[in-house]
Design a protein around this ligand. Structure first.
Ligand code: TXA
Ligand code: MG
Length: 361
């Protein structure tokens, strides 16, 4: 249904709650019907919420770009629910790719293959390759199975904003622009899937995520990491292989700076800069951890998790950035995290959100 509001075409978005432990099949069938008919449905996955459309329907895929305000050269991930999908969507399936799929699917890993002719260029942003993932979240998995289609789905945020980790975030960004939002509660992981390009002899990680380098190397031996993962977008000589990684991303409206150094020095430096900005009348937010929380004296201090379990940090990151946005925060100061295991993905997102602004103290 469409209605005209402020002279603009606005859609009525249906918002439904589905419990992943007890899936309401009639609601799921309704969502599947929308997708089959070329509509847009946002749904939870184990990583972040996705904005789904029929991946083999050129017009449906185009609607995703319009709703997100996404540049059309930024390709979409196609979500499948069985290995037949892998055969159908790819032209070649190298041994290492198959091994990774068998080891980590369903789960938070996206693999890049040479695409088959079935996949339209509007889905792949004009590329000859296709990104494929089999999600483990039961709602996502059952939605693909019930619809019987392959679901193209980027993160369900407006382009440039932090990825959504709960339905409220999707509503904030996409209400009135898509047909349906499935509220399945808060996601598990909180950071987008690891992306591995398996079209080269030595596979390359294009985006770090929950599936770490160590986990991948245990299955297939050496992998490389795309140089763009840790270098700034300012570096014109380094072109990321995942087109999406070149765009300004995850950026909060406030000015975000990362402080790196010993815990003591970081706390001291953040307390000092906070004091200065408060005196000038700015709203200041601090991203702290359970370990350091008591040491921040002023400003709006939020704990994202505990350093004893980096999963909690990953889960809290995008939410805290969005919360500071909705509170009109001018300056955000954050601690940094170890750059190994899951920390690699956390720092990759944090650096992008901060526009690579890092203070060593
Ligand atoms: O966890 C996830 O991956 C979530 C959930 C919804 O599955 N999806 C997601 O999609 O993060 P999106 O569109 O926000 O990020 C996809 C990334 C982009 O950086 C894009 O450029 C890259 O994947 N990508 C997609 N297809 C590609 C291809 N053929 N070659 C290289 N990079 C590709
Ligand atoms: Mg995204």
């Amino acid at each position: 249904m469409k209605q005209i509001e402020n002279g603009q075409d606005k859609m009525k978005t249906k918002i439904v709650k589905i419990d992943s432990n007890n899936i309401d099949t009639s609601l799921l069938t309704e969502a599947a019907g929308i997708l089959k008919n070329g509509g847009l449905v946002a749904f939870p996955t184990e990583t972040v919420y996705g904005l789904g459309a029929d991946g083999l329907n050129e017009e449906a895929a185009k609607k995703i770009y319009a709703a997100k305000g996404r540049p059309s050269d930024n390709p979409l991930i196609v979500h499948i629910a069985d290995f037949h999908g892998l055969e159908e969507l790819t032209r070649e399936c190298p041994d290492k790719g198959r091994k990774l799929a068998e080891a980590f699917w369903p789960g938070p890993l996206t693999l890049i293959f040479k695409k088959s002719s079935k996949v339209p260029l509007s889905t792949t942003g004009g590329l000859d390759t296709v990104a494929i993932r089999m999600p483990s979240h039961l709602i996502a998995y059952e939605l693909i199975r019930t619809s019987g289609i392959y679901i193209a789905a980027p993160s369900a945020n407006v382009s440039g904003r932090p990825s959504p980790t709960k339905a409220e975030h999707v509503i904030e960004d996409l209400d009135g622009k898509i047909d349906m939002i499935i509220d399945g509660g808060k996601v598990n992981i909180g950071l987008e899937s690891t992306i591995v390009d398996v079209t080269s002899k030595i596979p390359v990680i294009l985006r770090p995520g929950y599936i770490t380098v160590d986990m991948i190397e245990k299955v297939i031996g050496r992998v490389d990491i795309d140089k763009a993962v840790f270098s700034g977008i300012q570096d014109a000589n380094i072109r990321p292989k995942a087109p999406g990684m070149k765009y300004k991303h995850y950026a909060p409206k406030g000015d975000l700076t990362i402080y790196e150094g010993s815990s003591e020095n970081v706390v001291k430096a953040i307390n000092k800069i906070t004091e200065e900005k408060l005196l000038l009348g700015y709203r200041v937010g601090i991203i702290a951890t359970e370990e350091t929380f008591p040491y921040y004296k002023k400003g709006n201090v939020k704990t994202i998790g505990t350093r004893k379990d980096e999963n909690t940090i990953a889960r809290g990151l995008f939410e805290v950035l969005r919360d500071f946005d909705s509170e009109g925060t001018d300056y955000i100061f954050t601690e940094s995290f170890d750059n190994n295991h899951l920390g690699q993905a956390i720092m990759n997102r944090l650096l992008k959100a901060a526009g690579y602004h890092i203070e060593k103290v």
